[in-house]
Design a protein around this ligand. Sequence first.
Ligand SMILES: Nc1ncnc2c1ncn2[C@@H]1O[C@H](COP(=O)(O)OP(=O)(O)OP(=O)(O)O)[C@@H](O)[C@H]1O
Ligand SMILES: [Mg+2]
Length: 121
Amino acid sequence: MKIITIQNGKGGIGKTTTAWALATGLPQRHPEFKTLAIDFEPSGNLTYLMNGDFVNSPTMYHVFNGDVDIRAAIQHTDQGDTIAGNSSLTKIDKLFSGADYLKGINTIPRQTYRQQREDVV
Ligand SMILES: Nc1ncnc2c1ncn2[C@@H]1O[C@H](COP(=O)(O)OP(=O)(O)OP(=O)(O)O)[C@@H](O)[C@H]1O
Ligand SMILES: [Mg+2]
């Protein structure tokens, strides 16, 4: 399995669009590839592009909070497989700083941690 992270400190330069293009384009051109687009943004923009549901379905927040197994959070849409993001992700800093099972995250330099929250395919 390969994890591709689209990261840049500047806003509005096509991170989400690139993540969507990779998630949808790779399997179209190379059917041997399966992709899963994971949206870590509170805006839910990647979920929107993937035609996912970010209102009634579990998001990555619910996965990290232990509410659902990550497999149960995967949505199968006409754009491909995706895990939703929405405004619940604004609470994730608090969750990470308080959760015992994620103690190790506090040892990761803050910039690296931020990078992990960008769009992931
Ligand atoms: N290659 C491109 N050519 C022209 N316009 C583009 C291209 N990629 C993205 N855009 C447009 O640029 C705008 C910003 O794109 P996008 O939302 O992907 O950026 P972002 O880096 O994810 O933004 P944010 O920092 O707000 O999350 C959108 O309107 C998108 O349609
Ligand atoms: Mg974006």
